[in-house]
Design a protein around this ligand. Structure first.
Ligand SMILES: [Zn+2]
Length: 266
């Protein structure tokens, strides 16, 4: 698309695009995370301070810049803005930047980027509140269906198989928790999350995503037990959080890892 432009203009346009899209992602993410945590609708009322309920203007919402100008406080009541807000702003802009540097500007990449943005929101909500958001899951399901049907529709039957594999793994994990940790019930949202990832990644990437999440989970659990005095039951940590991290890595490097693997076994 940008082939006829001089390299300097191309870089300026790309950087502007990254900042604009990253900022929009960051504003939507912070807004959505707060509302999901409070069970509020996502679009109304317009963005507001969660301490004094003052409606925020566009000047108060410029990612990173507004936070630094107001020194991390609400400009209306002076309450501290959670540090998580600026961390999300930085990570969303970084995510978009890395993504565009690696994959360039194209429609499938934009959908994958959006999927990644939701995964970052899932990671944060899981970490803060231990809830896997139903509305985010539904949105991810919709994105995955569009992604497969618009760009990979011949893969659709394999994607359905992959969806079943993803949910089956999470079902087994839940049964494992019930038998070994005596947890009370099966978390159906986790199983839905596995299904959505299965649909999005397809075969064989979903296997890689699950394998990687087990590896991260094992390291995470061991570190927490050994150095932070967690109980041994932490060996089976809360999974959606780790699965989402693994999925983010897969979006960025999954195809590279598979490529290396195929070259290695040939
Ligand atoms: Zn306020």
């Amino acid at each position: 698309m940008l082939n006829h432009l001089s390299p300097v203009i191309e870089i300026i346009l790309s950087l502007t695009g990254i900042l604009v899209i990253g900022s929009i992602f960051a504003i939507i993410s912070n807004n959505t995370i707060d509302r999901i945590a409070k069970n509020q609708p996502i679009t109304t009322p317009s963005p507001y301070c969660h301490a004094c309920a003052a409606t925020l203007s566009w000047k108060d919402m410029i990612p990173i810049v507004s936070y630094l100008i107001a020194k991390g406080k609400c400009p209306y009541c002076g309450a501290n803005i959670p540090r998580r807000n600026i961390l999300i702003e930085i990570s969303e802009i970084l995510w978009v930047g890395l993504f565009i540097m690696k994959f360039g500007w194209n429609y499938p990449a934009l959908l994958e980027m959006l999927f990644g943005m939701c995964l970052i929101a899932i990671i944060v909500i899981e970490y803060e509140r231990r809830v896997l958001s139903e509305s985010l899951l539904l949105f991810l399901l919709m994105l995955s269906a569009i992604y497969i049907l618009a760009f990979n529709y011949t893969e659709f039957p394999r994607a359905i198989t992959s969806m079943i594999i993803g949910s089956a793994v999470l079902l087994i994990y839940n049964l494992l928790k019930i038998t070994t940790l005596k947890t009370k019930r099966i978390e159906f949202r986790e199983i839905k999350f596995g299904a959505v990832l299965g649909l999005f990644f397809g075969l064989p990437l979903i296997y890689l995503c699950i394998l990687l999440s087990w590896l991260i989970g094992a390291i995470w659990g061991s570190i927490n037990i050994k150095y932070f005095g967690q109980k041994p039951k932490y060996a089976l940590p809360d999974y959606p959080f780790i699965l989402a991290i693994s999925a983010l890595i897969m979006i960025m490097f999954g195809e590279d890892i598979l490529g290396h693997y195929y070259r290695w076994i040939m």
